[in-house]
Design a protein around this ligand. Structure first.
Ligand code: SAM
Length: 422
């Protein structure tokens, strides 16, 4: 991705398109205003955020719920469920005329705009397209299951690559459009769209291939991986293929004085008033935003890897050590994390990376501000551990605890900070 040449130093990449930040970012604080981080010309609403209701606006900010959540017991006061029309015209249903803004609020994946943003993330969609279309030997004459099909894009790729049959499952109302898309593209006999929660589906046979785009911010936010694990254990034939089949998380230090001042220190003095109590909350919430790869000042460390063929739900709560080597003398204001997924069972192995040094993806990076700035000298080692587990109250949120042990030439930091990705 091209960087703005005049970019100031700081963690967030210069915006080359829209200057506005998402009004609500999934999995982290909102980053607002003229900040440097919004990625190039992307639609400001995050594909992973619930659609924002125009009216009425509930008092509390929307959680990044999946439609699956929305179908379950209400976690909090919610708008009254919409009255379903008993004899709804199928045309109206396809046009989603029955939907109000509050429906979209609780069922964000029902609205096409979220899918539009995901489809327009070309890095993401092309990685899947290539892994399927350039590896037709994995798909041809095989039975394929698309977990969380959305518009059906991965199912369409699979059908085009010669799948014997594709089961495309989605619990959100986008499945109604997926069905129409399948018909309109001539794949009615090849793709069966199932409008249901994956966990409630019965299939007539085992499947040879599972396709899914399940990754949330910081890889694990949103916990959709649990659904893929469920589908694998229930439906994948022995020796079957999962695409992608590997995922890893990375961490590094970053110089970010300017943006940290804007987002955190801001609260120390607001029109002459001390609002430091908000600063404490601001520290807790990691920020999902684009980071300028040039502001990394340590080598990255991979601290978590999973194999989709064997991973268990319990593996998704973990404590991992990390060691980072400083690459220059500099301040480290934050740790940042990102992920890769690999399609390694293909002829030409392929990776989808969300690294700050790679082209933009809608997952951006996740920034964890440090209360104590590290003063790095080139070659120093920063040791630490990162503990990640689903939040007990809302398992789609993540509790993340980072311990840093640093004994540098200029300062020492031994500190544990707790974060909540929500
Ligand atoms: C990230 S989107 C991916 C959509 C599509 N596969 C694509 O690549 O554009 C994930 C989809 O999974 C669906 N989903 C999430 N949890 C699900 C579950 N438990 N059962 C069925 N669908 C689910 C959501 O409704 C959403 O449409």
């Amino acid at each position: 991705m091209k960087q703005n040449q005049n970019q100031k130093k700081g963690n967030q990449k210069q915006n080359q398109g829209q200057q506005k930040r998402p009004p609500q970012q999934k999995g982290g604080q909102q980053a607002q205003g003229q900040a440097k981080g919004t990625a190039q010309g992307q639609n400001p609403a995050s594909p992973r955020s619930p659609a924002q209701p125009k009216s009425p606006t509930p008092a509390s900010p929307p959680r990044a719920q999946s439609p699956a959540d929305a179908m379950q017991v209400d976690p909090a006061p919610q708008p009254a469920p919409p009255q379903k029309q008993p004899d709804q015209n199928p045309e109206d249903k396809l046009l989603q005329k029955d939907k109000t803004s509050s429906d979209y609020y609780w069922n964000s994946y029902a609205h096409f705009s979220i899918h539009e943003q995901m489809l327009k993330d070309r890095v993401r969609t092309n990685a899947y397209k290539r892994s399927i279309m350039e590896n037709a030997h994995l798909i041809k004459n095989k039975v394929v299951l698309d977990v969380g099909c959305g518009t059906g894009i991965l199912s369409l790729f699979a059908a085009k690559a010669g799948a014997a049959h594709v089961y495309a499952v989605d619990c959100s109302d986008i499945a109604i459009q997926a069905q129409q898309i399948v018909i309109d593209n001539g794949f009615k006999d090849k793709i069966t769209v199932i409008h249901s929660k994956m966990e409630d589906v019965t299939l007539p046979c085992k499947v040879d291939v599972i396709l899914s785009e399940w990754m949330g911010y910081f890889l694990l936010y949103e916990s959709m991986l649990n659904t893929v694990i469920y589908a694998r254990d229930r439906f994948l034939a022995p020796g079957g293929v999962i695409l992608p089949d590997k995922a890893s998380l990375y961490i590094a230090t970053v110089e970010d004085a300017e943006y940290k001042a804007k987002k955190i220190e801001f609260w120390d003095n607001v029109y002459g008033f001390n609002m430091g109590c908000i600063k404490k909350v601001a520290y807790i919430e990691p920020i999902v935003d684009t980071v300028n790869g040039e502001c990394l000042n340590s080598l990255p460390c991979r601290f978590f890897t999973i194999d989709l063929n064997t991973v268990k739900e319990s593996d998704l709560s973990f404590t991992a050590p990390f060691q980072l080597k400083a690459t220059r003398t500099d301040f480290a204001h934050a740790l940042i994390a990102w992920f890769d997924v690999d399609f390694s069972r293909v002829h030409k192995p392929l990776s989808l990376t969300t690294s700050p040094k790679a082209p933009y993806t809608h997952w951006k990076q996740t920034v964890f501000y440090l209360e104590d700035v590290l003063i790095l000298s080139e070659g120093d080692t920063i040791s630490g551990t990162i503990d990640v587990r689903p939040n007990q109250k809302n398992p789609r949120d993540l509790d993340i605890k980072i311990n840093v042990d640093y004994e540098g030439k200029w300062n020492e930091v031994h500190k544990t900070q707790e974060y909540l990705l929500r």
